[in-house]
Design a binder for this molecule. Sequence first.
Ligand code: AMP
Length: 559
Amino acid sequence: MFKSFSRQNNSILSSCLYPCSKEQYSVHINCGGKQVTVGSLKYDADEASGGGAKFFHHETRNWGFSSTGEFGIKNFDHYFIAENISLLKMTNSELYRTARISPLSLTYYARCLGNGNYTVKLHFAEIVMRDNRSYYSVGRRIFDVYIQEKLVMKDFNIEKEAQGVDKEVVKVFKAVVSDRALEIRFYWAGKGTSNAPRRGIYGSLISAISVESDLKGLDLQTGFFGFKQIKAATNNFDAANKLGEGGFGAVYKVFCNSIFPKLGKLLDGTTIAVKQLSSTSQQGNREFVNEIGMISALRHPNLVRLYGCCIEGNQLLLVYEYMENNSLAHSLFGQEEGLFNLDWPTRQKICTGIARGLTFMHEESTLKIVHRDIKATNILLDGDLNPKISDFGLAKLDEEDKTRIITRVAGTIGYMAPEYALWGHLTEKVDVYSFGVVALELVSGKNNIKNWPNESYVCLLDWACVLQQRGDLMELVDPMLGSEFNEEEAMRMIKVALLCTNRSPTLRPTMSAVVSMLEGRAIVRELLNANSSIYSDEVRFKSLRYVSGDSDPTSEEFV
Ligand code: AMP
């Protein structure tokens, strides 16, 4: 199951030899004991004794351990498991009645984990040494604990920590899983007693291990959505059921009913949208789905809900909530007949909604996310024209909470912040910039890179900067609105848009500040002429080059 039990180049040795059929987000082990259920959690049995061997290992599908060292006594293989038959008084005593002990090194591996942040709980109770007046009270058990190669506890003494024997101590740690595997090592470094009260009972001791993804609400239904059912429901991905096509593949509409029991159970009577990922790289897509899985745990009224995904063979499908009114781009720039004109209150609602969704992603959620591709086609509208941010295809988990310089810049021309397009400088301010462009498009009803008034302007934003200098900002407002709009709100939206698209990321506001400004709770700072140089010659030249077709003219993406 595991590549090796020795470390090579400090790499995680618990990498899988074969692909994981399914990611798991929790592991519970009753070390040295039987399978037990505590509350809603089932702790796996862990009863392998190893026959007293110097090295032995045990593995299940999702976890395993290796034990190294011997106690120096023959025919005492049961010594690798400690047992306490007396009545333990602590709650959940089932977890503490038995424990695994190890003379030297004991390493547990959890595999096939979804990458992300985890909470690791280590349950201990000293069930061998005594604190009475017997000879068993002279023993001292001292050991070290490592998680993901990092020393998390040095000279740990259960009895001392619990202030007595037969008392539980639960130690909680945070761990990051980036390679699908988690490793917890208990290591006896020669401290404490080894012969007293007698041989074979010293070393590290662990009663139970609990590993839980930090994404508590995660209920990504992988495997729940069967490919067969989706194929049937879309009439074999019939073009008639196609809602649209994006960079990652086509999106289909599926109505769930009892004909498709698997889907129907969860979503009976609802319509869902299924994105079929065009598979270029299987592994890449797997990672993509995994990343998406984590993002899907984030719930907010302004983020499109991802119900789950289907991974079967080389088929990768993502199942989203269905958004009745398609994308903002479709409503705002669509030429089709019968398309409604978005009135002012709706535009105001859409603008604040997007800003709220971004505030959540940047500032409020546990995972800080930079979307990287905010644009009108990635804002979907539900039945009540509420906006929801979609397509996290380019989203990057911003775990490190620091500025990143990335070498592969991906986004869409017309929406990309200059520092990102030119230098790959990626912060959440990149989204603030793109949001500013979308806000301008909302006010004006014009696409930033098409439809601006005349050839002398690079784009809508360029025109807006010129109008700002002339003091004619209201000229930007969509003529389709006639006089049916709130002037104060419109002016605020324009000014916020210009602030957001400032050339300097530092001068751009945070998204929470944007929400306050749009709602009139904060004054919009006016940076006079701040954007006059938004297009330095370099950026202007670069944008023009791409717009004029030096790049792939069929692609909107600027990669
Ligand atoms: P995307 O790949 O996410 O950019 O999606 C491509 C197109 O499919 C979008 O522009 C929409 O027209 C449509 N679409 C995507 N997701 C949904 C959804 N959840 N509900 C309705 N239409 C969608």
